[in-house]
Design a protein around this ligand. Structure first.
Ligand code: 3PG
Length: 306
């Protein structure tokens, strides 16, 4: 049984060692493809793999077709918009994620991006503070909850909107639920995005929504670039010189954003939210265990293509 780790953005070595331990203890073999530059390298590597552990790596119909022995793909992380679920299901391949395992890492990065933004990108000018500001968490999942937990320590007032989460569950964390996304944006000085990229959410963060935010607002994106209407964001920032956008997912129009808003826009060069040893260990080892349990016992917890 061959398990392939295929990660363009590699795990920390300690996480790979942990994965290897799990895989070899089950009597399986581990192969590693890291920092690949061509899709063909991935197509070649998956040819004899029974299981694959990926991150944001694209597993499309071509990759699935090239993986003739493939039984399971585990996305070591939360979002699985990078996997063609339909093609996987048609090929009889199970797809799983490892929800929550990298959530703290992403949440800590969100707070770092926020401090950076409101301290005027460390340019030496006088900034503002997070204490007392209203923070809106758009989607109250694992990352959103961790952002709320940490933001409380900063003394922020926290609101959340989640179409699928009960108000009681949000209130249980001393977070104020709002009845709509619009209300969240109307209420909050800062909004942190935690929505997945899907047919409903793509391009949903638009000028209309951002226009509801108060003066001097900040939007922080550690979710997906696809949820932003990039054309409208540029137009909105042009007409709202007080608005800041910080993101961990480089937009398609990064060069334009840099040129137009050098003092109000920042993107990490590569998605860094989940890039900590701890998150790599948590998500990587969870993925390895899920593969072993699935292959040996048929356990399909966290399957996303049912
Ligand atoms: C996720 O969906 O888990 C995060 O976006 C992290 O993605 P990454 O594993 O590619 O860093």
């Amino acid at each position: 049984m061959k398990v392939l780790i295929a990660t363009d953005k590699p795990f920390a070595k300690i996480a790979v060692d942990g994965i290897r331990k799990e895989v070899e203890a089950a009597g399986f073999e581990l192969a590693l493809l890291e920092k690949y530059t061509e899709k063909q390298q991935l197509l070649d590597a998956v040819a004899d793999a029974d299981a694959i552990i990926i991150r944001s790596d694209i597993v499309d119909a071509e990759v699935i077709a090239a993986a003739k022995q493939l039984k399971i793909v585990v996305r070591a992380g939360a979002g699985y918009d990078n996997v063609d679920l339909l093609a996987a299901t048609e090929a009889g391949v199970t797809v799983m994620n490892t929800p929550g395992q990298n959530a703290n890492a992403v949440a800590e990065l969100v707070m770092g991006l926020l401090v950076y933004a409101i301290r005027d990108f460390y340019k030496g000018n006088s900034g503002t503070e997070l204490k007392g500001k209203k923070l809106g968490i758009h989607a109250y999942g694992n990352v959103g909850r961790n952002v709320a937990r940490i933001a409380k320590g900063f003394g922020m007032e926290i609101y959340a909107y989640d179409a699928f989460c009960r108000d009681e569950d949000i209130k249980a964390d001393s977070v104020e639920p709002t009845c709509s996304a619009k209300t969240l944006y109307q209420t909050c000085d800062i909004v942190s995005l935690h929505i997945p990229a899907n047919a409903e959410t793509k391009q949903s963060i638009n000028a209309e929504l951002l226009g509801l935010m108060p003066k001097g607002a900040v939007l922080v994106n550690s979710a997906r670039k696809e949820v932003i209407n990039e054309v409208e964001l540029v137009q909105f920032m042009e007409s709202h010189p007080d608005f800041k956008y910080v993101t961990d997912i480089m937009p398609g129009n990064h060069e334009e954003m840099m040129a137009k808003f050098p003092n109000r826009y920042f993107s990490t060069p590569k998605k860094m939210g989940a890039q900590t040893s701890e998150a790599n260990i948590n998500a990587g080892i969870a993925a390895a265990k899920q593969i072993v349990n699935f292959i040996n016992k048929g356990i399909d917890c966290y399957r996303v293509n049912k």
